[in-house]
Design a protein around this ligand. Structure first.
Ligand code: 0O2
Length: 248
């Protein structure tokens, strides 16, 4: 093949790959919007936000290739799209274990989301101690000329689980998967400590919830916090709305 033909082919492949990867970027954009809406709703209406923080990423082509080789997946767009379901990934970090299941249920309940697979590594931790709730979802992305279903992997875990997993990931890569026995042992012990911390925090969280319910009665009720502003609530508006509620 002459040079110019090869360059043209390379350009065509690159363009196809860009379109392929864009699907996942758009899927992530949609899912992130859904999650940001939930975060704001919780902050304003429920007075408590179960999402501590969010992180999303697109798997790099290099990492996709490595995963295909590890899982023996043929390196074609069709088979990558079918078998590698975490090209678009979001990690949701919560403060408490109960929040993980709450968020998972809310996500699963959204109409345009299809649940493909759930892996509960909290109820069934991996032998190394890894804990996290994984949801493989598919959501529709609307292009100018078609609609495509895109896989997204959502990992939901507590701060403690996340702390452990990040360190374990670094150690795993540093030793190229062959982690020395003493470190494996230390990691297992730390996973147990992280687990104990999560259980204690969950207990405190439930106690705190009860205390907060009592305190809410004393809250300032004459303003509306929205979009980083505090809108004063006119007395007349409040009275009129309260009157309507009374009549219902
Ligand atoms: P990276 O570099 O984080 O993207 P399978 O279900 O077996 O077909 P898969 O996708 O390996 O294939 O499933 P699994 O077990 O749900 O793992 C998906 C992702 O979860 C991994 O992606 C990791 O991000 C994370 N994960 C799973 N197990 C562990 C673990 O033991 N320690 C840590 N730190 N993370 C884990 P990748 O592509 O393997 O890696």
């Amino acid at each position: 093949m002459d040079d110019s033909k090869q360059i043209n082919q390379l350009k065509a492949v690159r363009k196809e790959l860009t379109r392929f990867m864009l699907r996942y970027k758009f899927g992530l954009d949609e899912m992130n919007t859904k999650l940001h809406i939930l975060q704001e709703e919780f902050e304003h209406i429920h007075d408590y936000n179960p999402i501590e923080h969010l992180k999303s990423r697109i798997k790099s082509p290099e990492s996709i290739l490595r995963k295909c080789q590890r899982k023996n997946v043929p390196i074609t767009q069709d088979s990558i799209g079918k078998h590698i379901k975490d090209i678009a990934g979001i990690r949701i970090v919560c403060s408490f274990i109960s929040d993980i299941y709450k968020i998972s249920e809310i996500i699963q309940g959204q109409q345009d989301i299809k649940v493909i697979e759930i892996k509960d590594y909290i109820k069934n931790p991996k032998p190394n101690g890894y804990k996290s709730l994984h949801l493989i979802l598919s959501i529709p992305v609307f292009f100018s000329d078609c609609e495509e279903e895109v896989f997204i992997e959502i990992q939901i875990r507590t701060v403690a689980m996340d702390f452990w997993a990040s360190l374990e990931h670094k150690i795993y890569y540093k030793y190229d998967g062959k982690v020395p026995a003493h470190l494996v042992e230390e990691l297992t012990t730390s996973a147990n400590i992280a687990n104990q911390l999560d259980e204690k925090m969950e207990f405190l969280h439930q106690e705190m919830k009860e205390a907060k319910e009592d305190k809410n009665a004393d809250n300032q009720l004459d303003f509306l916090p929205l979009d980083n502003k505090r809108f004063p609530l006119p007395k007349q508006l409040l009275e009129s709305l309260m009157e309507k509620r009374d009549k219902k």
